[in-house]
Ligand binder design. Structure first.
Ligand code: HEM
Length: 146
């Protein structure tokens, strides 16, 4: 069990912990972190994105066997790290985390839609949303099969 896990997480195979696994370099300054309403806002955004994804008939099946406790934790860490909120990212690389799921391009689109809905509900300005999405876009080839 890795040292960063929270109660309720299932163990995963060992891997090297590194911020580089987050797949993006952080923003500079505090403007992005503030616009996302810091840790509480990021927590709400991650929760809503995952709840909508797990309830969406297009993607629900992908999340059925997933350890959502771990996924919520690692996504919060990743978003906090990228938004320069002062977190370390302790999860797996995007390639490692997704290589056995077989995600399709449409799955990526669905997740982004739900992230946009969650950011809008949190009051994140549209241009700020797009700056964040631009950090995630280069990860697409590591998450999607083709
Ligand atoms: C840029 C886009 C994406 C990012 C930043 C991202 C981020 C992450 C992170 C941080 C993890 C956890 C890593 C770990 O457990 O160590 C993860 C795992 C996972 N992601 Fe993504 N993800 C993306 C795209 C997607 C999409 C499009 C889907 C499906 C609609 C998806 C479904 C999953 C699932 C099911 C897991 C759990 C895998 C497992 O436990 O074996 N992800 N993702």
């Amino acid at each position: 069990q890795d040292a960063h896990a929270v109660p309720g997480e299932e163990p995963v195979d060992p891997y090297v912990v590194s911020d580089a696994n987050a797949g993006a370099t952080p923003f500079e300054g505090q403007a992005m972190w503030a616009a996302f309403n810091e840790g509480e806002g990021v927590g709400r955004i991650v929760d809503q994105m995952l709840d909508l994804s797990a309830a969406d008939p297009r993607t629900a099946g992908i999340f059925v066997a997933t350890d959502m406790v771990r996924l919520r934790r690692t996504l919060r860490e990743q978003f906090c790290y990228i938004l320069n909120g002062g977190c370390r990212y302790t999860g797996r690389s995007m390639a490692d985390a997704h290589d056995e799921i077989g995600l399709q391009p449409a799955d990526f689109g669905a997740l982004v839609e739900h992230l946009q809905t969650a950011m809008t509900a949190e009051g994140v300005p549209f241009r700020t949303q797009n700056r964040f999405l631009a950090k995630l876009a280069p990860m697409r080839p590591d998450t999607v099969t083709r």
